[in-house]
Design a protein around this ligand. Structure first.
Ligand SMILES: NC(=O)c1ccc[n+]([C@@H]2O[C@H](COP(=O)([O-])OP(=O)(O)OC[C@H]3O[C@@H](n4cnc5c(N)ncnc54)[C@H](OP(=O)(O)O)[C@@H]3O)[C@@H](O)[C@H]2O)c1
Length: 344
């Protein structure tokens, strides 16, 4: 198959670098163009970036000249890891000019005609693209904590109905971008506030688990309360979750629906799809960021500690890789789904 040329906006950031790492040997996509701010544009990528990935920067990518983020790319498929302060406007300009933008930024997530997509959960929302006002289109990826949470909730909502959810997160420092939070602020510490994060966790799952009805999404009607903390872990968000369900199942029934959960990406055998999106661990000490973040090449969600809750019905712990499943890997999976569904 002839590879499809793609570009990255925000290529020098931590999300942008992860895109380069995951796209450099992708079976469908050929990484051809990189964009960043004016301060990086015109430089060789290897000179513009402070490379922080654990794999070496591929030489051919390091030699690319960074472009400004204006819609004169020749690739029609563009991944965005732009800073949210500029992503909204730049992504709109690209979509108006006929590009497909698949974005990690928050700006367009709640536009009524923009899918907020997790391919295993709401692949059908992709049809919203057909009613978009753009010559091209915009699809967004949810917040990095929302993705792990929504994956754990989907089988529960489908089988038992969600009534309310309480979640407390312990989020890795890579979620704050590079250089992110200073070492003096995070080492030996827990910071009980992440700007805008609780609002995202409290609103995004309702759109993702909502029903696609003709040309709009009907929001799911359960309530969520969230508290978010930054902790001194490099990669991997841990979340302690309590759920109240419409019909109370047994513990074994919940484990079964998690373990058996499969969806469109698995049916289509998409290259970035995990074989099992959810892995349940029986050991009391699991899941752990250091041990499980790279599960299924970073695309799996690890769950453990399911037990009765005296306030809600059940409580459990989830762990997912915030820059792979929660950002770049999830975005690439969206592009693979769009390709399989004939959007390009
Ligand atoms: N980190 C995560 O785990 C994570 C997870 C999910 C979603 N996200 C979202 O993904 C996006 C990127 O996050 P990040 O952590 O990679 O941030 P980051 O490390 O701060 O990188 C931001 C990128 O945006 C570029 N940029 C900044 N101002 C620009 C401008 N005026 N014009 C063009 N490019 C500009 C930067 O280029 P220069 O280097 O040239 O300044 C850099 O490439 C954010 O919207 C974030 O909320 C992040």
């Amino acid at each position: 198959m002839k590879k499809i040329s793609v570009g990255i906006l925000g290529a020098t950031g931590s999300v942008g670098q992860r895109f380069i790492e995951l796209l450099s040997s992708h079976p469908y996509f050929e990484l051809a163009e990189l964009g960043a701010s004016e301060k990086s544009a015109g430089k060789k990528y290897s000179n513009a970036v402070n490379w922080i990935m654990q794999t070496p920067l591929p030489e051919n990518i390091g030699n690319l000249i960074v472009k400004e983020c204006v819609p004169d790319f020749h690739s029609k498929i563009i991944f965005s890891g732009l800073d949210a302060s500029v992503a909204g406007e730049i992504e709109t300009q690209f979509a108006e000019a006929g590009y497909f933008i698949i974005s990690n930024a928050r700006n367009h997530r709640f536009d009524p005609d923009v899918p907020l997509l997790i391919p295993e959960i709401n692949y059908d929302h992709l049809s919203l693209l057909r009613s978009q006002k753009y010559k091209g289109g915009i699809v967004t990826n949810p917040n990095c904590s929302t993705i792990g949470l929504a994956m754990s909730l989907k089988p529960l909502h489908d089988n038992f109905g969600l009534e309310s959810v309480n979640v407390v997160t312990m989020q890795a420092v890579s979620g704050a971008g590079y250089p992110g939070i200073s070492s003096m602020d995070i080492l030996d510490n827990v910071v009980p506030f992440i700007f805008g994060e609780e609002e995202k966790l409290e609103t995004e799952p309702a759109k993702i688990l909502g029903k696609f009805n003709n040309d709009r999404i009907e929001l799911a009607d359960f309530r969520i309360s969230a508290q978010c903390n930054r902790v001194p872990v490099i990669d991997g968000h841990t979340e302690c979750v309590q759920v109240k369900l419409k019909t109370k199942p047994t513990i074994e029934e919940i484990k079964k629906v998690w373990r058996e959960f499969r969806s469109k990406p698995q049916e289509l055998n998409l290259p970035s799809a995990p074989i099992s999106p959810i892995h349940y661990y029986e050991e009391d000490k699991y899941p752990q960021a250091k041990i499980h973040r790279n599960l299924e090449r970073g695309m799996g969600v690890a769950i453990g500690r399911l037990r009765e809750c005296s306030l809600f019905d059940y409580k459990f712990v989830i762990l997912s890789h915030n820059t792979i499943r929660g950002a770049v890997g999830g975005t690439i999976l969206i592009a693979e789904l769009m390709h399989a569904e004939g959007y390009f």
